[in-house]
Design a protein around this ligand. Structure first.
Ligand SMILES: Cc1cc2nc3c(=O)[nH]c(=O)nc-3n(C[C@H](O)[C@H](O)[C@H](O)COP(=O)(O)O)c2cc1C
Length: 372
């Protein structure tokens, strides 16, 4: 399809989402809408016809967006972040929505109901969400069984976290839980992400502590897999904590970092809304700059030797481009899609081709980490 046709199509869907669908959805309970979207996505993914029509509405491809990273072929750099497709129910439809990859989960060793409801809120003025799901998911066994015979149409990463339960608070029990889930996915998906930064689980984030992280990564190293492993980090880490995590990662099978997860800090100046729930981590606009700073820090400190997946507050092609020039080769989002609609993925990808060209880059690889 010609560029101007795609741009017109994207504008039409953006206008329709902002003026019709979003006002309707935003009156409803956020978790109910999330569940409904998952059901719709699951249905649309089931049939060739519905996948093709969805693709006609949302798809966009361009050679400058293609990359092979750690042996994995990505059609474009925009992925769905962990937490939206918790139980891996949408893997069939997301390529048609224009995503270049997705991260399913976070998946834990045991099934988990998550925290009591309500556990998802919109901060409308701040263009952010407060998330207190607490790692709700069907558990590694059920999800691995569901995915075991599936052929994926794009790279699928598996986000692994520790079951949210008092039973996994003790360090070795927590490690065993991670290893259990990890081991069940060695033959499924393209890469792993170890989520050590869930802000909403029993016992906090114990594996940001250097000694415990060392033990966790030593155990993960022993699982037989040649798939790349990423660590998902909190935006609330200090530079000192981050440096220690980088030093430990260098001694283990870690290929990259996902920067970042949700912030817990309620003093963030980007929070405009008055009523912010006490529990939960914050996404979207509130976390964008923190994520960008962390990406730059890791990229500079490790001299670009790690693959960085930039996530946090991407709601436009400009936001995506900023993360790329800060050091990210791949991107993920959730909140931007909720505030701007699913057409955002195509808008970002088309916008990126324009921004790359404008700044004299032939492709994403050339632009990564070029911010002065
Ligand atoms: C509803 C929701 C659920 C999430 N659940 C998870 C999760 O299970 N595991 C995880 O690593 N991150 C989770 N996250 C964090 C996102 O993956 C992402 O890091 C964060 O939302 C920042 O990106 P965004 O601003 O584009 O949403 C969740 C985020 C949202 C909004």
């Amino acid at each position: 399809m010609k560029n101007w046709i795609i741009a017109t199509r994207n504008k039409f869907f953006h206008f329709s989402y902002i003026n019709v669908l979003k006002p309707y959805y935003f009156r409803k309970d956020p978790e109910d809408v999330h569940d409904r979207m998952t059901q719709v996505g699951q249905f649309l993914g089931r049939f060739w016809l519905t996948r093709s029509v969805t693709s006609l509405f949302f798809n966009f491809g361009h050679p400058s967006l293609e990359q092979t990273i750690l042996g994995i072929r990505f059609r474009n750099p925009v992925g769905l972040a962990a937490g939206f497709d918790k139980d891996a129910l949408m893997v069939d439809i997301l390529p048609s929505v224009g995503f270049g990859f997705e991260e399913v989960g976070s998946i834990t060793g045991e099934p988990c109901m998550g925290n009591p409801k309500p556990r998802l809120w919109r901060l409308k003025k701040s263009k952010s969400l407060v998330v207190y799901y607490g790692l709700k998911n069907d558990g590694s066994e059920a999800i691995a069984t569901r995915l075991s015979k599936k052929k994926f149409r794009f790279p699928v990463g598996t986000s692994i976290a520790k079951t949210n339960s008092p039973d996994t608070v003790e360090v070795q029990a927590g490690i065993n839980d991670y290893v259990k889930a990890f081991s069940q996915f060695v033959d499924i998906g393209a890469y792993f992400t170890i989520n050590i930064s869930c802000p909403n689980a029993f016992g906090g984030e114990p594996f940001t502590d250097p000694d415990r992280l060392e033990k966790l990564l030593t155990a993960i190293d022993k699982v037989a897999t040649n798939k790349p492993v990423f660590l998902k980090l909190s935006p609330d880490l200090t530079e000192d904590q981050l440096s220690k995590i980088l030093d430990i990662s260098a001694k283990h099978r870690v290929h990259g970092f996902v920067s970042t997860n949700l912030t817990k800090n309620r003093n963030n100046k980007k929070i405009i809304d008055e009523d912010v729930p006490i529990n939960g981590g914050i996404s979207g606009n509130v976390v964008r700059d923190l994520s960008n700073e962390q990406i730059r820090f890791i990229y500079n400190k490790t001299k670009g030797n790690y693959v960085i997946i930039g996530v946090g507050g991407i709601a436009s092609a400009e936001d995506a481009y900023e993360k790329i020039i800060s050091g990210a080769s791949l991107l993920q989002l959730i909140t931007g899609m909720i505030f701007e609609g699913p057409g955002l993925v195509s808008e970002i990808n088309q916008g990126l081709t324009r921004l790359l060209k404008k700044n004299g880059f032939k492709n994403i690889r050339e632009a990564v980490g070029t911010k002065k």
